[in-house]
Ligand binder design. Sequence first.
Ligand SMILES: Nc1ncnc2c1ncn2[C@@H]1O[C@H](COP(=O)(O)OP(=O)(O)OP(=O)(O)O)[C@@H](O)[C@H]1O
Ligand SMILES: [Mg+2]
Length: 225
Amino acid sequence: MIKLKNVSKTYSMGDVVVNALAGIDLHVKKGEFVSIMGPSGSGKSTMLHLIGVLDKQTKGSLIINNIDVAKLNDEERTTFRLKNLGFVFQFYSLLPELTALENTFIPNLLGGKNFDQCRKNAQVNLVKLGLGERLKNYPHQLSGGEQQRVSIARALVNKPEILLADEPTASLDSKSSLNVINIFKQLNEEIKQTIVLITHEEELGKKADRGIWLKDGVIDKEKRF
Ligand SMILES: Nc1ncnc2c1ncn2[C@@H]1O[C@H](COP(=O)(O)OP(=O)(O)OP(=O)(O)O)[C@@H](O)[C@H]1O
Ligand SMILES: [Mg+2]
């Protein structure tokens, strides 16, 4: 489903060159739940952004769903994302002028999906995440953890084939964190969703099928749970 072969990513800012990823080989199978761990700055988000077709690798190849995504043009990349991927970003990226419910379903309409169905799925997911009483709140009327849960609900609405989550539980207490991971686990088991989850918390990372630790842009170790 997701294949990275010798993938590197270099950021150049003036004279400073950062090797955020330095030769990653990784194969995530369809329906597999993988957690990515490792210290701050080790390249976790960079890797997720590449898999999420939000950025391009400097070297190596990345094949998702049998498609060499580096070869797609900008429009094809957008269509690919809408069709295949769901994201939960490290920073919640909600639209301030939309309510929790609108933030959850409106971005999902972009793929030409049915309005009522999206709205209904959005509400179901928000309730599941404990936000049934917050549907009409705007982001500034929500706590950080609540905003994070809205961004999770948004990623789940279309039941994307691949779910990418960058520290989705960073602002949550341990009970809500566990609830989120259990929802992921349930989706993974019920609809065979492929999940790549970044987390700092090993206790949560262990709920995945496999854990991968990055260090200085390379895979430091790997473990099946
Ligand atoms: N757009 C960018 N331009 C320049 N450097 C960047 C950019 N994005 C990331 N980096 C650098 O690349 C390295 C890896 O960053 P990345 O965000 O992937 O780390 P991370 O493992 O997700 O860390 P954290 O746990 O703190 O989120 C860091 O040294 C960072 O400063
Ligand atoms: Mg990060």
